[in-house]
Design a protein around this ligand. Sequence first.
Ligand code: HEM
Length: 454
Amino acid sequence: MPRSVATPPGPKGRFLSGNLREFQENPLAFLERIARTYGDVVSLRLGPVKIWALNHPDLIEQVLVDQNRKFTKHFALRRAKPTLGEGLLTSEGDFWRRQRKLAQPAFHKDRIASYASIMVDYTERMLATWNSGETRDIQHEMMKTTLQIVAKCLFDADVEGDANDVSEAMETITHSFNDRVRSVVRTPIWLPTRSNVRYLKAKRRIDEVVLRIVAERRKSTENHGDLLSMLIQARDDDNGGMTDRQLRDEAVTLFLAGHETTANTLAWAWLLLSRHPDAEAKLHEELDAVLGDRPPTIEDLPKLKYTENVVTETLRYYPTVWLLGREAIEPCELGGYRLPRGHTVWMSQWVVHRDPRFFAEPDRFFPDRWADDLAKKSPRYAYFPFGGGPRICIGDSFAKMEAVLMLATIARKFRLRLVPGATVAMLPSITLRADGGIPMTIYQHEYANDSLVS
Ligand code: HEM
């Protein structure tokens, strides 16, 4: 039999649930284990859903780039539609292409440069509320600030007053995503279960804030020159402008996609730096040399190489988007096998970023591995924290700049240490975040050395 009609190898599953139980117990360990055991194409099943896990960069490139037109987003993201509607993350086809074209200029290099001062400014506002010696949940702190930044940069909106509320609502929604994505039997959203009631309340709260921003802007005669203005002014040949509903979908998508990912990355970076004082010392050396006593600006970015490498390595070590999924809308060849129509493929950043074929000592946090152009020497999709191909993250440059500027602004003033005895568990939901937050003690920069706890 030619290899192309065979099924790829994979773990044996239960009669009805397939590999669901092992996956639910520990998705990261499960995906890593099957990759190391069965190779670059692994076949598995979650209940009725048949999946191939692709564990080689070249196969990932096939799906995201070369054969991208044969795939749509997979079932998990479709389950996000009640929340995100037809926003950039979830829409498909011509509608998605139009929306992407409309939004793209807001993420252009020159445009993004103008966001740098907002990023530093909002970070400094957060720092003004911090006191040396106190303990804070760093994940929550980062969430609040990145939410304010995305709202200000893209919608010229101040959500400071709503930030706590909105971050909590976003959190509820993420938990609900998590349950929906993982469960095989889903309770309909209209059933008044506890979790549905919480979810609907959270969704209402976010809609309220977003629709308020849209309504205020429609009334305003001023041109704010931001993404929201561009979207409101956009007209297409036969449909006219965007409805409030469409604007709401794009705004909620950008709020959600544009704040939690960067916040998680920063939170993981603080945890890693607190556990690696050598890396932290090197970071401070660079910041002292480049910035001295002043906050960073856009002009400093090319000189903040080590800071950038800390962000790059954090996204390798704890990729906040840890799994991408696609569904085949037509059959195709992958790795010598024939993928049937309707099959799902998974590509996990967690698995590939920890593959010793592409990263020496993959379990070591080592920002300097990126110093010598590692990215250019490795296969293109050995490292793909932002995905790739036409659906690549629209906010990748925004996020990288934001993470470097926030890291530099904070590290210039404070060192952060994990509270002694605290354990940090990973929660791989739609994003990879810390379960229950990351409690850290904040020390004013000059006193931090006295209190090293790792
Ligand atoms: C460290 C931070 C971030 C990471 C790791 C990240 C990662 C990703 C990934 C992997 C995708 C592709 C999903 C797929 O192919 O299925 C994506 C898509 C997207 N991201 Fe990000 N992202 C980050 C920050 C941001 C920011 C700051 C924004 C906006 C301000 C943003 C907005 C979006 C949007 C709208 C999409 C959908 C794009 C499309 O399909 O056209 N992301 N992101």
